[in-house]
Structures are given as C-alpha cells and as structure tokens.
Design a protein around this ligand. Structure first.
Ligand SMILES: Cc1ncc(COP(=O)(O)O)c(C=O)c1O
Length: 386
C-alpha cells in the first residue's frame, strides 16, 4: 500500500534544535562536555514536597480518571493562589486543568477558532502556537517584532494586522524566546480593542512566576474576552508531570469540558495531586530560591553576551531566555548553532525555531544551567568568536 499522510502535516514543522540536541548527545557519548544553553526547561528537579505528594497519591491509589475539567481541589487551589499571590478573585469554575499548557492552548483554539478565522501571533514567538491555530482550521498571521523596539508589541501593531476575519490574538508574557514582558496597559488596550471587535485575547502566562525586577500581577479578571493560560511546567519545575491550566470566560466552560472529555479525558491524576503541593509555603520558598538563581544567571549571561557582541537592546524581564542578534557572527543562525556545537560544544537554539522574521540573524540562549556551566560556555564562546 502507498501510505498518504494527511496534508495538514505539511504545515507542522519540527523543532530544528532537536537535530542539534541529537548531535549533542552523540558528542557526549564520545566523552565531550557539552554546555547546554538550548534547553527550555528548568534544570532544577521538581521540589521535594511535590514529589512526596505524588508518591503519596500513588500509595493512596489515586490512579483513576479525574473529571475532565480537573480535580476539584486543584481548581480551588489555583483560584486561591490567584487570590494570595495576585490579589485577584476568580471563580474556580472558570479554571480548567489540562495535560500541560500545550493542551490548554489546544482546548482554547478548539473552542474559539472557526475554519478560516485569522489569529494574530508574534514572530518571533512560541512555535507551536501557529500549529495549534492551523489544526483548529485557523490561519495564523504574524506581527514582526524587532530588536530596535526591544521585541515589544503595541496596540498599533495589532490594529495594523487586524482584518474582518481576525478572531483572536495570541500572546505570551513573558515571551518565549525573547523573555519580554508586555506591560499591563498595553494588554488592557489590546484586550479592549479585541472586545470592540468581538474577538479574544489568548494570553500565555506560563513564565509569569519567572519575572525578575518587578512584581507583576496576572492579567486574570481584567477583561471578559480573555483566556489565560498557565502551567506547572516552568516556574513550578514540573515539565514531565504534564499539568497546566487555563482560565476561560464562564460561557466557554461547558464546551471546553466536552472537548477535554473527547480529546484527553483528564490530566494525569497523580500529577494533579502532586500539583496541590505546589502552592504550599514550603514549596514556594524553594521555588523563590530558584527564581533568585535564574535572576543571577540572567544578569550574568546578559552582560557576558553583550560583551561578546551579541545584540540585545534591553535586559529581558522574565522567562529564562535571551534572544540575541547574532548577525555579527553569521547570517545563518542554524549554521552558527551547528558550528558552535561542533567546535566548542556549546548548544544554543537557532532563531529559525521561533519564526521567519530575521530568524537567520538570531539565536536563543537559555539560562537553564548552573552559573559554572554558563561561565564555561561564555569562556568557550569568547575564545572561539574573537
Ligand atoms: C510560551 C510557552 N507556552 C507553552 C509551553 C508548553 O508548556 P507545557 O505544555 O509544558 O505547559 C511552552 C514550553 O516551552 C512555552 O514556552
């Protein structure tokens, strides 16, 4: 039989960095010490209280399905966290637990986008979003963000991209790959503009806990036409447990429930019980110490890369990424990433993984490794690039 793969798969691009990661593994197998600055997840293991809660959940036999919208206690705990951490009241019935924010984003796309609807995204941006839009039958359109403007988005950018078919705008704050935080006034303006047009703001706050210089509140509850996405993956160091959540307008909850029942039934039960421990003071103390360490790493790497000649206008406020202009060293970011891996065993992510706009002239550094590792990486880069 001649197999034919669905045409939608023509649009689903792989992460180019995976090729580099595979090569890094080969080099490590040969005994080389690779400095990993490509990895988009915390190097810290899940805090011990969360792990213990997971073990206890298994011991107690919590191995059956939960409701599709999530464990009631966890939805309540998330609502309570918005209250204690951000001072925001949110009805727990508007909170949906999903297998990672990846699934939360797919749920939102599933209940918001009609075939042919346009969804505005950013370039550079989180690469999966355009695929989620396309799988739902939507058409992604892109606002190109520039180094000169510090990769910041404005209301005018949104207005310029808007057409009669625009149904939603999807943003992340802080962003992957730029680490840039969108200020609340700009988000207010964008959400209000979308509301006038009967459209939605889908805001990914997955890096919300990892903001370093200011105390930023979640955007939950500020406008009625907003979906907020979050996850236990990054700040809470639970990538492999697969638990995330979303806060949706109340009118959408029934549809989200039906879609969740059909596409994944529920987030992993043990992981949901473990996540209950994430908001306890002892865990938050541990996470706060990790956040401080990320801040030190950001400060160090930002200055070190600037000194080496990588272009960055402002210091990004959050996430654990630095998106740098590498045009001084190469006009082909993938080639540059390959050269650095082969010659000095430093792994970074090429800009082409985050979009098309000036992607060949940018690379992403993740500071998800210890200070010693980052210093080793910088000293190798310094000798190689000079
Ligand atoms: C901006 C952004 N959103 C969502 C995700 C998906 O995370 P998860 O599905 O682990 O919650 C990631 C992962 O890197 C991300 O960077």
């Amino acid at each position: 039989m001649k197999h034919s793969i669905a045409t939608r798969m023509e649009h689903i691009a792989p992460f180019h960095v995976m090729k580099l990661l595979a090569r890094a593994k080969e080099l490590e197998a040969q005994g080389k010490i690779v400095v990993h600055m490509e990895i988009g997840e915390p190097d810290f293991d899940t805090p011990a209280p969360i792990v213990m809660a997971g073990i206890n959940a298994l011991d107690k036999g919590y191995t059956h399905y939960t409701p599709a919208l999530g464990l009631n206690e966890l939805r309540v705990a998330i609502a309570n966290f918005y209250k204690s951490n951000d001072g925001i009241d949110v009805d727990k019935n508007r909170i949906v637990v999903a297998p990672g924010s990846s699934s939360a984003l797919q749920l939102v796309c599933g209940v918001v986008i009609n075939p042919g609807d346009e969804v505005i995204l950013t370039d550079p941006g989180y690469p999966c979003n355009k695929h989620f839009v396309q799988i739902a039958g939507g058409i992604p359109t892109f606002i190109e963000l520039d180094e000169q403007n510090n990769y910041e988005i404005t209301l005018d950018d949104v207005k310029n991209k808007w057409t009669n078919n625009t149904r939603a705008i999807m943003l992340a704050s802080p962003s992957n790959p730029t680490g840039v935080l969108i200020d609340t006034k700009t988000l207010d303006d964008i959400a209000a503009f979308a509301e006038q047009k009967n459209a939605y703001l889908i805001l990914d706050e997955i890096y919300h806990g990892l903001v370093y210089d200011e105390d930023v509140k979640s955007f939950v509850g500020r406008c009625e036409n907003v979906f907020i996405i979050n996850s236990f993956s990054k700040y809470f160091c639970m990538t492999g447990w697969r638990v995330g959540w979303l806060v949706a307008p109340a009118e959408f909850i029934d549809s989200i429930d039906r879609l969740a029942q059909n596409i994944f039934l529920a987030a992993p039960t043990v992981a949901q019980h473990a996540a209950l421990e994430a908001f306890q003071p002892a865990t938050l103390d541990i996470l706060e110490s990790y956040r401080k360490e990320f801040k030190e790493r950001r400060d160090y790497l930002y200055h070190a890369l600037n000194d080496l000649g990588f272009g960055m206008k402002g210091k990004p406020q959050g996430a654990f990424y630095l998106y740098a202009n590498s045009a001084r060293f190469s006009s082909n970011s993938f080639q540059l990433a390959e050269d650095l891996l082969e010659n000095i065993n430093v792994a970074i992510t090429p800009g082409i993984d985050f979009g098309k706009h000036l992607a060949q002239e940018h690379v992403r550094f993740a500071y998800t490794r210890s200070m010693e590792q980052l210093e080793l990486g910088v000293s190798r880069l310094a000798s190689y690039l000079k």
